[in-house]
Design a protein around this ligand. Structure first.
Ligand code: SF4
Ligand code: SF4
Length: 414
């Protein structure tokens, strides 16, 4: 695709990147076939090819309007289009560049501005979010249905192991996950402990920055990334072998720290080292398959007939290109994994999308629940707290993180 970027973009790293991405697109439209919003709305401007054109026009000097903003806001950033694209177009990066320029040119107004401001302020603060979650649980029956869905019932975390092994890994406590689903990281710590690995949590890590980044506050997201790197650095220096991501939404963002901080001479090298150490939990556990099988052997019979279906988050399958790993781990553990149609499609959670675009998010969720439920599974599992909460609001079936199933299946200690 030929491009003529405006002077503002010429000579900048973002401009060069946008130009390369735009030139890679051959306008074939294959990506529309797997785009959730194009499939729902049937509008070219609500598909990747149309959005690429909107961004191109803006970067070439056309003034963007509220309509440009509407079509870019409706994008889930699910990256299904990237998986489909035969030309390797890095759509999400172009979207990030486009949204940053658009945000400066078309200021938010009224309730949209207020809501985004509240989300940017409240969600990344674990203490504040935790207090709101506790309060929400107290009055849950009185809340409107839409809000009830955002307040999952409390589930105990159980105990954390205290043993210190020579092998150590770092966890990201995160911002919303500890109060929504404290059991996820606790279950991870228990499973890793049985595999001879201590899971460490660095103090004062806070939010990885994904929330503010996707709300177009890129500078605040850079600050989040610097704080997280500072918190992890002493543990990495002390020999921690990996940074384990239990939420794929955080994982995909942290893997991008090197890019986010590429122009920061102090933090760029540290960010590169952090990125090299990041692993999704499924990658960590897949390397321990043999020892894990031994720990699960004695309880295998209990799982026979436990039908399970896996919803692979977009941040795992498209963002990190990790596919089939969780399914094969669960299968090896003895779970009966049922396939689901349209596994590539987003469930509609997409960070804050389910709050900012509730109608589309609910349509996508209901479609996803329908396909996941088709094989009559006993439980739905996923790998990201946001997807788990969003799906749970649309089904009576239990929705869990896959590591919780592995944790429950461990043989008791001799
Ligand atoms: S992004 Fe890829 S699939 Fe979509 S129109 Fe461009 S080249 Fe074709
Ligand atoms: S990121 Fe997802 S919603 Fe956005 S254009 Fe690509 S496929 Fe469509």
């Amino acid at each position: 695709m030929e491009t003529h970027l405006i002077d503002l973009m010429k000579g900048s790293k973002a401009g060069a990147e946008a130009e390369a991405i735009l030139r890679a697109c051959v306008h074939c439209g294959f990506c529309n076939a797997t785009c959730p919003t194009y499939q729902l709305l049937g509008d070219e401007l609500d598909g990747p090819r149309g959005r690429i054109y909107l961004i191109k026009q803006m970067l070439e000097g056309d003034e963007p309007t509220a309509k440009t903003q509407l079509h870019l806001d409706r994008c889930l950033n699910c990256r299904s289009c990237e998986t489909t694209c035969p030309s390797g177009v890095h759509y999400s990066r172009l979207l990030d560049i486009g949204r940053e320029v658009l945000e400066a040119k078309v200021p938010r107004k009224g309730s949209d501005r207020l809501l985004r401001g509240v989300l940017k302020m409240a969600l990344p603060r674990a203490g504040l979010f935790g207090a709101a979650m506790r309060m929400g649980r107290l009055v849950r029956p009185l809340l409107p249905r839409l809000l009830q869905a955002k307040v999952p019932m409390a589930r105990g975390a159980g105990s954390r192991p205290t043993a210190m092994h020579s092998r150590k890994m770092i966890e990201l406590a995160g911002c919303v996950q500890p109060s929504m689903y404290p059991n996820i990281n606790a279950a991870t710590a228990r499973v890793l402990d049985r595999l001879g690995i201590t899971l460490l949590e660095a103090p004062a890590t806070g939010c990885c920055g994904a929330l503010r980044f996707h709300l177009n506050d890129v500078e605040a997201a850079r600050e989040d990334a610097r704080r997280v790197i500072d918190a992890w650095w002493p543990l990495l220096e002390a020999g921690a072998e990996a940074i384990v991501m239990t939420a794929s939404g955080c994982g995909v963002h942290v893997r991008d720290y090197a890019h986010l901080l590429q122009e920061d001479p102090v933090y760029a090298p540290r960010a590169a080292r952090v990125c090299a150490a990041v692993q999704d939990l499924s990658e960590v556990i897949a390397k321990e398959k043999g020892p894990l099988a031994q720990l699960l052997e004695g309880t295998r019979k209990q799982r026979e007939g436990t039908s399970t279906v896996f919803h692979s988050p977009c941040t795992l399958q498209h963002g990190q290109q990790i596919r089939g790993v969780v399914e094969s781990l669960l299968q090896a553990a003895g779970f009966d994994i049922r396939p689901a149609a349209n596994g590539h499609m987003c469930c509609g959670a997409a960070g804050t999308y389910s709050i900012l675009e509730p109608e589309l998010a609910i349509q996508l969720r209901d479609l996803k629940v329908e396909t996941l439920s088709a094989g009559s599974p006993g439980v739905i599992v996923s790998a990201n707290a946001g997807c788990i909460a969003h799906l749970q609001a649309g089904t009576p079936l239990p929705v869990r993180h896959w590591i919780e199933l592995i944790d429950q299946s461990l043989e008791p200690r001799p």
